[in-house]
Design a binder for this molecule. Sequence first.
Ligand code: TYD
Length: 169
Amino acid sequence: MGKAPIAIISKSCNCQSIVVFGSLPDPSNKQRTKNKKTMPHIINLPKIEDPRGNLSFIEELKHIPFKIERTYWIYDVPGGQVRGGHAFKEQQELIVALSGSFDVVVDDGRVKQTFSLNRSYYGLYVPSGLWRQMQNFSTNSLALVLSSTPYNEDDYIRDLEGYKTYRAL
Ligand code: TYD
């Protein structure tokens, strides 16, 4: 396959905005199914609306395609700070903006997508092997991360050039 032309594609809906740098193929149905496991995408979580306050929930292997081995959260982020900025060889994750908003930039070494998270009933599924960083945190934002693995520093790729080499292998 030849090198993809550089283009900027913007997509938006009421839940997210995606800015893609690079070009994306138009997938067939078979490819779409495969993409669900290999491409980052928004998962609509259950939402029980109630005048007393709404409720959402996540069950492993039902709403997300992995078993939850670890949960962590990022909070009290000073304005302008960036978190993440690495890839995981094995870990899959779901990122939810439980409060406030932030952007997750996901990069496969060729295409970069920005997902703006600002609702607690949307989760961003990030498959293993992708570079991701979190930025543009709003005041008092709270980022919940569900992870498919226990913490393991050996699973991290923290060097972007090293990541590109890893992807090319
Ligand atoms: P890290 O994942 O490197 O976050 P960031 O890329 O945003 O800097 O984690 C920061 C530190 O926290 C790092 O020293 C490892 C530690 N940490 C744990 O001990 N357990 C965990 O589950 C996580 C996510 C991080």
